[in-house]
Structures are given as C-alpha cells and as structure tokens.
Design a protein. Sequence first.
Length: 286
Amino acid sequence: MPARPRLLYVTDLAYPARGRRYCDEDIDLSSRLRADFDIALCHPLDAAALMDGFDAVVVRNSGPVLHYQEAYDAFRARAAAHGTRVYNPLTGRADMAGKRYLLDLTAAGFPVIPTVDRPEDLGRLPEAAQYAVKPKAGADSIGLDFLPLPRLAEVTWGGILVQPRIDFRYEVSFYYVDDAFQYALHAPDPERRWVLEPYEPTDADLAFARRFIDWNTLDHGIQRVDACRTREGELLLVELEDLNPYLSLDLVPGRTRDAFVAALKASLHRFLQGAGAVRPGGASLR
C-alpha cells in the first residue's frame, strides 16, 4: 500500500475568538481530512520546528499573526529555505501580507471601502460621521478605533490605515477553494458580525467576489471574500482573507459542508502532486 500524504495541520485550539469556536471547526475538519491524509495537529508556535517531517503544512485557525509575529516570520523563512509546501501558499497578496492591499485596490479602482495611509490623502475619502482607524498589521479587529474627522489630527501615522465608517445594511462572506466558489453566509445584523445565516448570491455578487479571487492569483488554497452591502445596494470589499480564514462550517447545510470538504481534499491532492512548494526567495517576508 502506498504511503499516505502527511499533513501538519496548524491550529490554535485555545484561541478565544469572539463569536467563533476555532477548536470545534478544526477538530471536525481535520478528522474529515484523515480519510485521505495522515494528520498531526500543532500550535503555530511549534510549526517551524515540526514541519520537516511532513509533506505539507496546512495553516488553518491559527489566530492573528501579530500575537506571534517573530515565530511566524521564522516559519515563513524556514519554509522558503527548505522548499516546504504550505497551504495556503505563502505568496498571497491580501491579508497574508498585511492590510496594504486595501490601498492598492483603492488606487486601482476596485469596489473596496476607500482606504488611505497618509494625512494628506484624507481628502480622497468620502465625508463620513466617523472614520475607521486600523493597524496595517491588524487582524480580528485588534487595534480598530472609530474617530470623527477632527480627532484624526491626533492619530500617529505610519502604521495605520484610515477608512470612512460605512453605514451598511449587512456583511456577506464568499468562501472559495482554489478559484471555485463553495458557499456564502451573511450577517443580517451589522452589530453581530458572527451571527451568520446562509446567503444565496446573485450572479452579480459572484462576479464581485471573483474579481478579488482573480486579483490574488493564488493557485491553491482557501479564501474568504468579506464585503458589506451599502444602503444604496453596492457591495464593497471589507477584507480578503487568504491566510487562515474561519469557515463557519457549522452554519452551512450538511450537503454544503460535505461538498466543501471534498473540494478541499481534491485541492490538497493537486497541491501535493504538482507545483506549489515555496522555494528559496519565492516568498517575501513581512
């Protein structure tokens, strides 16, 4: 019998995520992957030391990188030096590389919440009662603050982004494996981000989400496109999560969950059989 592929599944089972249970999702998902792979779970702080004994490293609900930035940078460096396959590949252009992509997408005219990082550019933003101030290296709303325009004069610029606070009807997330759409969920109450319900996207919704999947150019991996629906009906990108997106798999119907797992298994098999290793010099470190 041929040897089964060995996966090191990186997760922080104890991370206290607001409104989500990382441990439940990763226990369930990793157990389903065991039908096709030999799997060991490890904490993100242990990944660099353990990964040489596996065919690939799968980064899942590992928590915000800023809590262990030095260890994460060491993990990326070791993966690049050893040609280790990491899923998602470490070439992502979105949250994996920090929040600067919001500036790039704004400049390119994509449908994204307008974003600036210099005080002289504030005039490029639409007028708003408040402005969101967030760190470029932020995640999970850590460091997020809302300020009226006069108080932006108190902000220390350099490592932050500023956006108008959008009055939106709801948030919606689109989930992808590789470039294939899997399902969508939305939060009907803007004050309860993680109280999600199934959402049936329109063709226009999927065209919106697909623009960002295409922009990111990841050949393999799981991505989540987070957007908000404005009062005028427009979708605007909030975040493109390409490092460790939480999947809310417990909130989708069983058939949808099974289809997602099947798509993930197929993607991982393709990833292991083909190109996709991170070669020396192939991944830029933050």
